[in-house]
Design a protein around this ligand. Structure first.
Ligand SMILES: [Zn+2]
Length: 167
């Protein structure tokens, strides 16, 4: 359960994505020493010169699991996007399709940006991602597509982006 932080501002309409401009680091994971080059044994992404890329691994690449595959194996998303309201219920299929399109575009350039799950609940659609920036891009795409009828709120503690349909 999410605890309410006393100093949290109340829900405000408009875009709040500036909070995500600085990538949020998973301190424990980032502290791990990365040996370059490395190749992920699960997805084949290659870590070289400080970036994960889709490329052929050199023969001496160290074998490991990339952070995205680890998150997926552990069921530990970096961010959630919760889309609520009548909008989410009525247009769930359409929204899921848009989310997958954004993922495809981002993942092609950034191997660690993936959608872990799209879950349909009673009153909301929840998207789990392996990367906070992908969650932000999904929100931007939703707002661009549905033209200003969405409010976005971000809970930094929970890494939760709440998108609310406003009629
Ligand atoms: Zn991987």
């Amino acid at each position: 359960m999410k605890s309410v932080h006393p100093s949290s501002p109340s829900f405000q309409p408009g875009r709040h994505l500036e909070v995500l401009d600085e990538p949020v680091h998973d301190a424990a994971r980032d502290a791990e020493k990365m040996t370059s080059p490395a190749v992920c044994t699960a997805c084949g992404a290659v870590y070289s010169e400080g970036h994960w890329q889709w490329t052929s691994p050199p023969s001496h690449a160290m074998q490991m699991r990339c952070p995205a595959c680890r998150r997926m194996a552990e069921g530990r998303p970096a961010a959630h996007v919760a889309i609520s309201g009548a909008f989410a219920q009525q247009r769930g299929g359409e929204i899921a399709q848009l989310v997958r399109e954004v993922e495809h575009r981002e993942k092609t350039a950034h191997p660690l940006r993936r959608v872990m799950a799209i879950e349909s609940r009673e009153d909301e659609l929840e998207v789990q991602t392996t990367d906070v920036r992908l969650a932000r891009d999904i929100c931007v795409a939703l707002m661009d597509t549905y033209n200003g009828k969405l409010n976005v709120d971000y809970d930094e503690g929970d890494k939760l982006l709440r998108v609310k349909w406003v009629t």
